[in-house]
Design a protein around this ligand. Structure first.
Ligand code: HXC
Length: 514
């Protein structure tokens, strides 16, 4: 056989192996509004950049009727490619082949590309669309999951790991995404659950749809398992591509720099924050007023909205923003918002991304619900994450910084490098009303006109403490700045911190309050 005919044979074999689960299964996939695994890979990566490996891998299962089944690529595609020129490793489960179920060879392909990503020090993207552990392969499938979870854990903090849920993600399959840094879901397509509706019906006698149990909205709004929500697969891929531009390839690099751009004129920093500390506003407009091109890439937009996190660029360099959101629950800290911010801070710290904190909060959310939900333990994660982070940390106090909130939100005491305050900042143990009621209780109750006395005492307290100058006098904040100086000072702080060094005591690892 000549090389030419052998090449023709290769092309035939390749075409066959790339045909997935066949026409019928592909039709079913499309009818559900889903792209095939191969279409997804090609839609996500730069044109002509995909290099596939292990296309000809076959399963070795023999139980039940498996010895008669040909499963092309064993239901998963793996390879390398680029996104806007940056390299990534990726796998995409093919639901048209045995429901994308995970057998031994399937798992070995995934762990191979995971090992590759870790060795090459480039991001890993996993597209999940699978019925979970391949039932016919028994413990081999479980072993496969264990091998994947282990690798997710070792790679954590070394390379960015991104999970895309584009179909069912059932049983143990959800735990690999949960171990990764960013999870993307698409409305009506993504489903994530440990035990499905059938099991719930059998065990608990309750009927629930897959969508209500673990659909995209459930995870983007309620559980916090999904960081990004899209309405179509294409929109989801655009989100992933954008994310990749903000993050570095690995933990020994910085994210790529872009050409600096001034914020758009329509975001006027001097008119975003109302003078009245009780008036809400959208803190994202403060970010847009200071960030390059007013471009803010929000993470967890729909979950724990009382804190806002995401990436932007200052003078062309990626930064992570962590900000209280006064227009949602007055921006208080609670269980979910503490978790949300703490994990993001750890990501930024692991991947050399400076953190900018914008503060405006009345403190922690009071109440039995929060106490019983463990606000002490969850709130402690935020203290831990800020304290531990050694990347440049710049904090701007816009208005309220009361009590534990003042300390927790990137304060000087948790090793912030720069702390600026606007003249509207109020830094105190608690709000003036609450404080006056406690410390002047006797004077107020014994006064001829208690209400008049209360107002007087509130004013007295406000004049004394509800300003930035007491903290400035003690050096807890570095300087009080005009709002319009904010961008210049942030850019300055980030640029002079490029070679910042900060060390933590030698240890195997800390023990954060997980
Ligand atoms: C083997 C599977 C499979 C599985 C689906 N298929 N899941 N094969 N093992 N786990 C096959 C089906 O037999 C079918 O094959 C094809 O994939 C498409 O499946 P359908 O059921 O026809 O599709 P659909 O109606 O869309 O339903 C999708 C589904 C359902 C909701 C995912 O298939 C399902 O509930 N699967 C089981 C989910 C599950 O419980 N998995 C195990 C979790 S336990 P044919 O040949 O007919 O096309 C687990 C433990 C891991 O994962 C623990 C690690 C810690």
């Amino acid at each position: 056989m000549s090389l030419k005919s052998k090449t023709i044979e290769l092309l035939k074999r390749r075409e066959q192996a790339q045909s997935g689960g066949g026409e019928k299964a592909i039709e079913k996939q499309n009818a559900m509004g889903k792209m095939t695994a191969r279409e997804r890979v090609l839609a996500l990566l730069d044109k002509d950049s995909f290099n596939e490996y292990d296309l000809f891998v076959e399963h070795e299962a023999r139980d039940f009727d498996m010895n008669t089944k040909v499963l092309h690529g064993d239901g998963v595609i793996i390879g390398t490619g680029t996104i806007y020129g940056s390299p990534v490793c990726l796998f995409a489960q093919d639901f048209t082949v045995a429901g994308g179920s995970l057998g031994l060879s399937h798992a070995r392909k995934i762990t191979k590309i995971m090992d590759h990503a870790l060795k090459l020090r480039i991001p890993l993207i996993g597209i999940n669309d699978s019925g979970g552990a391949r039932i016919q392969e028994g413990v081999n499938s479980l072993a496969g999951y264990g091998d994947i979870f282990f690798r997710n854990t070792l790679a954590s903090g070394v390379i960015p790991q991104i999970s895309v849920i584009l179909g069912p993600c059932a049983g143990g399959a959800v735990y690999s995404p949960a171990l990764t840094d960013f999870v993307f879901v698409v409305d009506n397509i993504s489903k994530m659950f440990i035990t499905g509706p059938e099991v719930i019906k059998t065990v608990l006698g309750e009927e629930i749809s897959m969508e209500d149990l673990g659909g995209a909205r459930v995870h983007a709004e309620i559980t916090g398992n999904a960081h990004f929500f899209a309405t179509t697969e294409q929109e989801c891929f655009e989100q992933i591509k954008k994310l990749v531009t903000f993050i570095p390839w690995n933990n020994s690099r910085k994210a790529l720099s872009f050409k600096p751009k001034e914020p758009k004129k329509e975001f006027n920093i001097e008119s975003v924050v109302p003078g009245d500390p009780k008036q809400p506003y959208d803190v994202r407009n403060v970010i847009r007023a200071v960030a390059d091109d007013s471009d803010f890439f929000e993470i967890y937009e729909l979950w724990a909205q009382n804190i806002v996190i995401g990436f932007a660029r200052m003078n062309g360099e990626t930064v992570g923003f962590v900000c209280n959101q006064p227009m949602y629950l007055a921006g208080v800290l609670d269980v979910d918002s503490s978790d949300k911010a703490a994990r993001f801070i750890r990501f930024c710290d692991a991947f050399n991304i400076p953190i900018i904190t914008l503060v405006d909060l009345p403190g922690y959310l009071p109440g039995v619900d929060q106490e019983h939900a463990g606000v002490i333990r969850h709130g402690a994660k935020l203290l831990y994450a800020y304290s531990e982070a050694s990347v440049p940390k710049v904090t701007v106090i816009l208005r309220k910084a009361y009590g534990g909130g003042y300390i927790a939100m990137g304060s000087r005491h948790l090793r912030a490098d720069f702390v600026f305050a606007w003249p509207s900042a109020e830094i105190a143990v608690m709000g003036p009303e609450g404080a006056a009621n406690i410390i002047f209780k006797k004077e107020i109750s014994e006064a001829e006109d208690p209400e008049k006395m209360r107002k007087l005492k509130v004013k007295e307290y406000k004049d004394r403490f509800a300003n930035p100058y007491v903290a400035a006098a003690k050096g807890y904040i570095d300087t009080v700045i005009e709002p319009k100086e904010t961008r210049r000072l942030l850019v300055h702080a980030i640029s002079v911190s490029k070679d910042k060094t900060n060390t933590n005591p030698q240890k195997k690892h800390g023990i954060p309050p997980f």
